[in-house]
Write a protein that binds this ligand. Structure first.
Ligand code: GLU
Length: 444
């Protein structure tokens, strides 16, 4: 495989799409060896075929705000690859959303979904609509207008969207209501639904819970107990909430959360009602964490990221490239033992390189945060079977899936000196499954 040639060709076709190119480069550079071992991949141009999405839908989303003014946003759905199962992946509503970001997320989703052991292909979608400061009625009108276009492209056996940044239970509810009305079916086409209409128990917590199950296993592989360890978390949404709950339950101490305005340092630990308060913070839609400091007497450090704290474990839970080389160096200098990306592509390539060079336990998002989409897969199964599992049943299955992902990473990522390169392990394991499916199905 000539990575340089593939990258040059991609760069010329998709100029300036930096996040997308970054995600592709990371995967290609870690599958070189396995590619050599399978000459049939080269002949079938698997890499060249895999890096381009199957198709992209772009549409206009006009809607009327509370003042009666017309607003126009852009909507997208990137259907990346469905070799192993129907397209599956979340919707992101955030002002930063563009095609580069959705293509990177869709590409990552292919491998993440393959790792879950469930039959799901990769997709992503969303809009540059910013829910911050919008009323409930505005969010509803926007979601309805968005679905008016999206519904033709999705289906419970073809493409199943879910949430991501800016899309939680409220948005999924409005989107689902409109889909149901337009398609006249009620077959669970979206995941992350409320319990009353086909949602799964544990889905809201799943990404954070799964992340902690994975991190605990990473530590155990190195003979380290998570109990008593300090954790720096970024973000303050659903994912950070689930991660903080599970980490606390495991006996670790979470000492930070963060938002676009800065970070909170709570040396007493973010526990109990403080964790629940994250949900309240999120519901205000103001996208700031500062009120936490006032409410609980913690420190607020404006315009900075929590990676400058001395901690044992760092868990990015916010967005892509939120931890860079400088942050990585600071964390390593301060003795960090483990970094688990619960956000998608949370670390820059330079930061990852530094962690791996220093033999720090580093878990990539497509493995660490796969618990969210895995539980979406379990929601799809429950919908298809017309049953609901108990929280214990779902949690047990989630735990098993995270263990299986961990085992796959170790299998393909263990180096001669015993260090596990989880990035390589996750990429190789995810890639092999998809590549084999593509080989078996011919050039389509
Ligand atoms: N947005 C989540 C992710 O990045 C969940 C996707 C889903 O449940 O389909 O994996």
């Amino acid at each position: 495989m000539n990575i340089e040639k593939i990258m040059l060709s991609l760069e010329s076709k998709h100029k300036g799409e930096t996040e997308y190119l970054q995600a592709v480069h990371e995967v290609l550079s870690t599958i070189e060896q396995i590619y050599k071992e399978h000459p049939e991949f080269e002949k079938a141009k698997i890499a060249e075929r895999l890096v381009e999405p199957d198709r992209i839908f772009t549409f206009k989303v006009p809607w009327v705000d509370d003042r009666g003014e017309i607003q126009i946003n852009l909507g997208y759905r990137v259907q990346f690859n469905n070799a192993i199962g129907p397209y599956k992946g979340g919707l992101r509503f955030h002002s930063s959303v563009n095609l580069s970001i959705l293509k990177f997320l869709g590409f990552e989703q292919i491998f993440k979904n393959a790792l879950t052991t469930l039959p799901m292909g990769g997709a992503k979608g969303g809009s540059d609509f910013n829910p911050k400061g919008k009323s409930d009625a505005e969010v509803m009108r926007f979601c309805q207008a968005f679905m008016l276009e999206l519904w033709r492209y999705i289906g419970s056996e073809t493409d199943i969207p879910a949430g991501d940044i800016g899309v939680g239970g409220r948005e999924i509810g409005y989107l689902y209501g409109m889909y149901r009305k337009l398609a006249r079916v009620n077959t669970g086409v979206l995941t992350g639904k409320n319990l009353e209409f086909g949602g799964s128990l544990i889905r809201p917590e799943a990404t954070g819970f799964g992340g902690l199950y994975f991190v605990k296993q990473m530590l155990e592989t190195a003979g380290i107990d998570i109990k008593g360890k300090t954790i720096a978390l970024s973000g303050f949404g659903n994912v950070a909430w689930g991660a903080a709950s599970k980490a606390t339950e495991m006996g670790a101490k979470v000492i930070s959360i963060s938002g676009p305005d800065g970070y909170i340092f709570d040396e007493n630990g973010i526990t109990g009602e403080k964790i629940d308060y994250l949900l309240e913070l999120r519901a205000t839609c103001n996208d700031i964490v500062e009120p936490y400091a006032e409410k609980f007497g913690a420190k607020f450090i404006p315009d900075r990221r929590p990676w400058e704290l001395k901690v044992d474990i760092a868990l990015p839970c916010a967005t892509q490239n939120e931890l860079d080389e400088e942050d990585a160096k600071m964390l390593v200098k301060n003795g960090v033992l483990c970094v688990g990306e619960i956000s998608n592509m949370g670390c820059t390539p330079e930061a990852i390189e530094h962690f791996i060079e220093k033999k720090i336990l580093y878990g990539p998002g497509k493995a660490v945060n796969a618990g969210g989409v895995a539980t979406s897969g379990l929601e799809m199964t429950q919908n298809a079977m017309h049953i609901s599992w108990t929280a214990e049943e779902v949690d047990k299955k989630l735990h098993q899936i995270m263990s299986d992902i961990h085992a796959q990473c170790v299998k393909y990522g263990r180096e001669q000196d015993g260090y596990v390169n989880y990035m390589k392990g996750a990429n190789v394991a995810g890639f092999l499954k998809v590549a084999k499916a593509m080989m078996a199905q011919g050039v389509i």
